[in-house]
Design a protein around this ligand. Structure first.
Ligand code: RIB
Ligand code: CA
Length: 307
């Protein structure tokens, strides 16, 4: 995760979801430099009273490129300019992210663990390269990333065609889609659908709730709401897709990730031509629609349950 505003809401949703057991979180450079995204992960978990969740630090930069943060969206420290306290109890797991994930996966049966990447795919690419046996034991990957031009909202947010998580480290994403395990991408096509976004009315409902998680979510996201008029909770949709896949319609296609520079850097191209799946190349399952109201009911309902 590159905690981040919407990464934070994804954590809070996961913490309130009995369908999931969070075995750990690894931080990656993305929305903000690694020192911020890692520290923000501790800030959110401590504020949520969940110092039991282990956190490891991953890549401070993409596989081959220099890191380029998105502080204009996520605020100067990556946590929406909010006043969430600095961690006082939690420290990082001493293992680097790849060893941390590998140990957890090896300690479980094959096919038990789902990775939910919500930042650049750098840590996942390192896992593939450095711990292939552990990577092969994963059940699947459900990631937030990509813009597949499958809905009116399926354009990019960095360039006209590129979504940030893929754009930030396109080489990592290009390696990831070659994997033999199932990959589902929850892209901007659905995460920027207004029916599933937090507008000022819904944000007020969070802020007015007595539930501490709702208040935390409101505090972290208010600057984004003020700046952009809406809070697209991209990463929480990836978590929701694991909790209740029925929230999304999906299709599977051959995929190509563009790694060349310029306006196509990080473009995620799916081949929807009839018969395209007969090719032997990499495939990906992509979300083609979201039940926005039901997603919000899940998210907001679980963040305001202790009202
Ligand atoms: O493009 C949206 C994605 O980029 C989200 O994961 C957001 O947190 C940023 O990382
Ligand atoms: Ca993110």
């Amino acid at each position: 995760m590159d905690v981040g505003v919407d990464d934070s809401l994804a954590i809070l949703l996961a913490l309130r979801s009995p369908e999931l057991e969070i075995l750990g979180i690894t931080a990656v450079a993305g929305n903000a430099p690694l020192e911020n995204t890692a520290n923000n992960t501790l800030r959110v978990l401590e504020a949520a009273g969940r110092t039991d969740i282990p956190v490891a630090r991953g890549a401070a930069k993409p596989l081959t490129r220099e890191p380029e943060a998105a502080l204009h969206v996520h605020g100067n420290d990556g946590l929406g300019g909010s006043s969430v306290p600095q961690p006082t109890q939690m420290t990082f797991d001493e293992r680097p992210a790849v060893q941390f994930i590998s140990d957890i996966v090896i300690a479980h049966e094959p096919g038990e663990i789902t990775l939910i990447p919500t930042g650049p795919m750098t840590n996942v690419a390192h896992l593939m390269r450095e711990a292939p046996d552990a990577f092969a034991r994963l059940k699947d990957i459900v990631l937030m990333g990509g813009a597949f031009a499958l809905t009116p909202y399926g354009h990019g947010n960095v360039t006209t065609v590129s979504e940030f998580n893929i754009w930030a480290d396109p080489e990592a994403a290009a390696e990831l889609v070659q994997a033999d395990i199932p990959i589902t991408a929850i892209g901007l096509d659905v995460t920027t659908d207004p029916s599933g976004s937090i507008n000022s009315e819904r944000h007020q409902g969070l802020g007015n709730s007595a539930d501490p998680y709702a208040k935390l979510a409101a505090m972290i996201s208010v600057q984004v709401l003020e700046r952009f008029g809406v809070v697209n909770i991209h990463d929480a949709q990836a978590v929701a897709a694991v909790i209740d896949p029925s929230l999304f319609r999906t299709e599977t296609y051959p995929i190509e990730i563009i790694t060349q520079d310029g306006s196509v850097r990080g473009q995620t191209i799916v081949d929807r031509r009839p018969g395209s799946r007969r090719s032997s190349g990499p495939e990906i399952t992509v979300a083609t629609d979201v039940d926005g109201p039901r997603f919000l009911e899940l998210l907001l309902g679980r963040l305001t349950q202790e009202a």
